[in-house]
Design a protein around this ligand. Structure first.
Ligand code: ADP
Ligand code: MG
Length: 394
């Protein structure tokens, strides 16, 4: 689908509505990480420098469809003002009579931040009346909130469709996400390796099915490896297994064989008595996990094999950690893959909240071609789904 960039629409002298993802972590009313606010700056600066007035909207946390001071965008507006070097106004509401005059009187170069869109019960229900009121605040619409594009909400898909095509566009951050996923889904260079791990096979079925025809190999790690191993009759001890997905795992392995693709499974493991930092640990000789032990990470031979595959690839997509990386003793497999991806000449895309956290923790994020800002949204794109927030911009 052809999506217009914010750079392709008229913004000078216009009021432009920007839906960003400013859902930053807060502790006692203070922002503990302003990455998401910084990520929104390029689009905002582009618009303000181009002579637009900006009406900015975001959700924050999970308020229950009504105002809740704990989730006010006040700290966000303040931090944004500091970063932009401007005074940024915070509206007292999402829409309505107190907001409309503020939006109307906005001058070019000024920013009005609406209150948390999820203070309004219509946001997550994609209420057409809320979408209409939001759309009435501006002349053009820019979506830069990739992380919420998989939800059809009033401030995403709902209001976008109320603007004519030449007055709706993707922001610079959203565009970068779209381009990266288009590249790995439609125009990948080969060899193409997907690394899939994390908690459950059931979370990644759609991704495996959609990627199998596109990739050369899928390297499986994390807890989901044990469902695949058990499906082949391999002893997995007390490892995490989805018993009701064994048949499905066999189907996926058969699909791979038919398509002449490889689904690689761990050849050895780090095992532990339980999932705690104090637990007794060992490394297995082979793919079996003895009774009384749990697989908690890929073992050294698997680490090396996966790192080699990633090093030799020209496209790498990675979703899901290779082990219980939250515990340092079980993070080596994940770190090895992260390091290999960082060193690889491949175009590398990492998606998924925990995978991104692991890469960031390892200090390797700036050496990955694209770190996705949306866990759920990136999974749905990898599953081959069209995201409503993106489709509505077309
Ligand atoms: P992402 O957020 O990157 O999509 P997931 O949410 O699917 O990843 O999976 C991450 C979780 O999987 C982590 O909390 C990690 O501890 C867990 N995990 C990985 N390997 C194992 C394992 N062998 N046993 C139990 N849990 C695991
Ligand atoms: Mg996760």
């Amino acid at each position: 689908m052809e999506i217009r960039s914010v750079e392709e629409i008229q913004v000078e002298g216009k009021r432009v509505f920007v839906r960003a993802d400013l859902n930053v972590p807060l502790k006692d009313g203070r922002i503990t990480d302003d990455t998401r606010i910084r990520a929104a700056l390029p689009t905002l600066r582009y618009l303000l420098d181009g002579g637009a007035a900006v009406v900015l909207a975001s959700h924050l946390g999970r308020p229950k469809g009504r105002p809740d001071p704990a989730f006010s965008l006040a700290p966000v507006a303040e931090r944004l003002g500091e970063l932009l070097g401007l005074s940024v106004f915070l509206a007292p509401d999402v829409v309505g009579p107190k907001v409309e005059p503020l939006a109307r009187d906005l001058e070019p170069g000024e920013v009005l931040v609406l209150e948390n869109v999820r203070f309004h019960p219509g946001e997550t229900k994609n209420d057409p009346e809320l979408a209409r009121q939001l759309a009435a605040l501006a002349d053009a619409y820019v979506n830069d909130a990739f992380g919420t594009c998989h939800r059809a909400h009033a401030s995403t898909a709902g209001m976008a469709s109320l603007f004519p095509p030449d007055r709706r566009a993707a922001g610079l951050l959203l565009l970068k996400e779209i381009r990266a996923f288009e590249r790995v889904l439609d125009r990948p260079d080969h060899p193409y390796v997907a690394v899939l791990g994390g908690a459950k096979v059931s979370d990644k079925i759609g991704v495996i099915r959609n990627l199998l025809p596109r990739v050369d190999r899928i390297l499986v790690g994390g807890a989901m490896a044990y469902t695949f191993l058990k499906a082949q009759g391999i002893e997995v001890g007390g490892s995490f297994v989805e018993e009701d997905k064994l048949e499905l795992a066999r189907e996926l392995l058969a699909q791979a064989r038919e398509e002449g693709k490889e689904i690689a499974l761990p050849a050895d493991h780090v095992i532990a008595r339980d999932l705690s930092a104090e637990a007794e640990t060992r490394v297995t000789d082979g793919a079996e996990v003895p009774a009384g032990w749990k697989g908690v990470d890929i073992g050294p031979r698997t680490r090396e094999a996966y790192a080699r595959a990633v090093a030799g690839a020209r496209t790498v997509v990675w979703n899901g950690p290779m082990g219980v990386f939250e515990i340092p003793a079980f993070a080596e497999g994940t770190v090895a893959v992260a390091r290999a991806a960082a060193d690889s000449p491949a175009f590398t895309v990492v998606g998924g909240g925990d995978s991104v956290a692991a890469v960031t923790q390892a200090g390797l994020a700036d050496r990955i071609s694209h770190i996705s800002t949306g866990g759920g949204a990136s999974l749905e794109l990898l599953e081959g789904k069209t995201l409503p927030g993106i489709a509505a911009l077309g």
